[in-house]
Design a binder for this molecule. Sequence first.
Ligand code: ARG
Length: 452
Amino acid sequence: MTLWGGRFSEDPDDILWRYTVDHSDRRLLLDDITGSMAHVTMLGHTGIVPGDEAETLRAGLEKIRDDALSGRFRFSDGDEDVHAAVERHLIELVGEVGAKLHTGRSRNDQVALDLRLHMRRMAADRIDQIAGYIETLADIAGDHATTPVASYTHLQQAQVVPLGHHVLAYAWMAMRDRDRFIDLRRRLSESPLGANASGGSSLPLDPVAVAEELGMDATFHNSLDAVASRDLVSEYVFCAASTMVSLSRLAEEMTMWASTEFGWVTYADRHTTGSSALPQKKNPDMAELARGRTADAIGAVTTILVMQKALPLSYNRDLQGDKEQVFRVDDLLSSTLTALSAMLRGAEFHPPVPSSWTTTLDLAETLVRRGVPFRHAHEAVGGLVGRLVAAGRDLADITPAELLDAHERFERDDVDLVDPTTSMDRRASPGGGSPESVREQVRLLGERLARE
Ligand code: ARG
């Protein structure tokens, strides 16, 4: 039975049903019940529905919530959506008074509320999960505060940094991704219930009481905006997609680091897969799939925005598709955080010592400390590099005489500067790639996570 049979002389065609009914909103079940409980409480206290009837409605909804929590709630093929399913159950349970549930309400403001409640819960989960991922990165960084690796620009070896410093770059990205969810959760705390179908109601609804009961901070100011807007859904999808992009960049590196050429890491056997053809293979599939599936998250951002771009006010059925997008991206983000965190926890890092070429800036900055303008120092060291490369030699092999020949301000002991393992100990600038900086970052990250 539909919620709108009255004005129709025919039953809905199967074709219509199959085309319009979308089960993705079944995930909103608990939120729909929560919203309805707040609604009937408000109907009772405003006197729109007699107090005893509001009590009966509330008790019925509580029973339905228990059924939902214990998995006993059953949808039927005739339920057009989650809202219809809950109303049908309620009427089955409490009889005719159940027909008062939808007083002063439309599925338009109802679904807008359900979705906000649900996104608030999803955001809370993702905020916790990202914190766990940051802790994983911080633990690895703590273990590798003094393990030297090359940092890269243009995928060319640049300077020596601790492996921990490299890993923590992803922790700070994740911290901002997490902050975006925290920020969005505040915006999600505005209740649209009471907007009704589009223009409000002639009944004395009390949207503020509903919001308060739901632990939300505010109510809508414009009923058309309340039922028509999905920018917060777009924002959720973006927050998730942006986090996926951050994870995907790490996933790309995790894949690359496991190559023979890089040789930085060995993943646990249980977190890798084999080849059906090549017995020696050990593939980082979880990282590759994270990278690949990020395409879907990025696509969802486009889909959710395009879905809204030409919609007239206020509610339009197009908007039903918002749920599929946001749920899919959220599931993807959740499973990816779990997969990559596990892979990282089980990983053994053993990066090779970077080449001595990564120390050329130390040579130049030594001259700077002795008063040589940086541009001249760069020129002198660049000349030395050019001669060594032309001769097929390594910077590690230079002699004190060659160094003195490169610039008069060099001293014989400066040959020690080309040892890449000591380069990062000289790094003095705040936030730079030094062991001390890594330890400080780990401390700061812990402090931030403890605060929020
Ligand atoms: N299933 C709909 C959605 O998700 C619920 C709102 C339907 N409203 C309506 N007037 N048909 O958007």
